[in-house]
Design a protein around this ligand. Sequence first.
Ligand SMILES: [Zn+2]
Length: 286
Amino acid sequence: MGLFSGFEKLGLGNLSGADLYGKEEKVKEKAAAATKEKVEIQETDCIYEKKYKCPVCDSDFSAKIMKSGRTKLIGTDFDLRPKYDGIAAEKYDVLLCDRCGYAALGRYFTTLLPAQCKMIKEQITANIELNKYNDEIYTFKEALERYQIALACAIVKKAKASEKAYICLKTAWVLRALRESVEAGKDKYPEGMSAEDVTAQEEEYLRNAYTGFIEARQSESFPMAGMDQTTVDYLLAQLAFHLKEFDVAAKMVQALLTSPGANSRIKDKARDLKDEIVAAKKAAGT
Ligand SMILES: [Zn+2]
């Protein structure tokens, strides 16, 4: 018991470490830290459970979904990954039916032909052993598993290259979000995963996304994965640059700069990337 023992009950516990006649700064610091803690956005506040009907087995199931109104965009990565305050949004993009094991990215979930339903039943439902998770949020482990199932389903249902490429791109984003979360001291790597594994996997998924979108660009029409041609070309230019495919990156940038459909904002970004490519090529001595 001490001088300030009643503070706690009054909600003034952060003053209880104060020196009655000094250490003013320390009190202020503690109060500031407490306020900061209060305003930090929690992942659980950014999501909700939504009900869906499975197009394969007709069951009702629910999935955790991001509340669009509650989240604040704080930036965009080179490969167009949007970053939000308090939540790794990409963890919530896969819908998974826990009855039959069918999974897909939200935008593709319901567009399924009868023949594709049959393939899912025969090759996924018949074999899959789903793990049960009971966390309030999708942990990185669970999110990565949902992406794995979505990729397996995309292969089984013979999805278009763009759909598979988009799953790969978003899987890379989840891996990056995991890495950032660990680096920020908010998470640790799931058992059996090291920082090196995660980085290597992220690169592998980015490469597969790149290959898939290159193929899609030659064989599919726009929009693909919700992106118009300009956006896909810019994404490809960035991915090519990241993967040190400088000639492809330069070609895509040139296509953007001469495209009548590209707006001035994306042309400015393409010009910046062009400078980076020139500098990187010079540094590589080619
Ligand atoms: Zn189902």
